[in-house]
Write a new protein. Sequence first.
Length: 177
Amino acid sequence: MSTRHVLLGLLAAGPSHGYDLKRRHDEQFPQARPLAYGQVYTTLQRLVRDGLAEVEGTDSEGGPERTLYRSTDAGAHELTRWAGEVMPPAPFVTNEIFAKVVVSILASGDPAAYLTAQRAAHMARMRELTAVKTAPGTDLATALSADYALNHLDADLRWMTTTAARLTTLTAEVDSA
């Protein structure tokens, strides 16, 4: 996810302080990794440097001085361009699980045991996400984020089942290479 563009999107709602942008990011994208304050302010500085945002002013409101940022016209155009850009499917899919299965075969390990343990970890995460999305009062953004993650985990599980069924053939191919 592009932090730069997400912050531009949050600024599209109106001028904000870095603290508020970080809080709103974490609320709007609950399943994403929370932004660090340093990342927010570094990204804001780059947006200002690139003419996509500007400082609207500062205030202290009884606390530390805070800088208010707003999107520029160039920032709005960049956000529109990015939001409409179709993401091409990745040309190469890196799969650490597959790499561990192959390395396990190469190192005379137990790839079936690894797949079983990985499957259990995926199932535990799926239970956590299902509890999150079905909890009373769950907002739609949280439910949709959980659904996205659940679908990816489900695809991994289906792949693990297929791979486990083909381990004998895969082991023979890896050993003969």
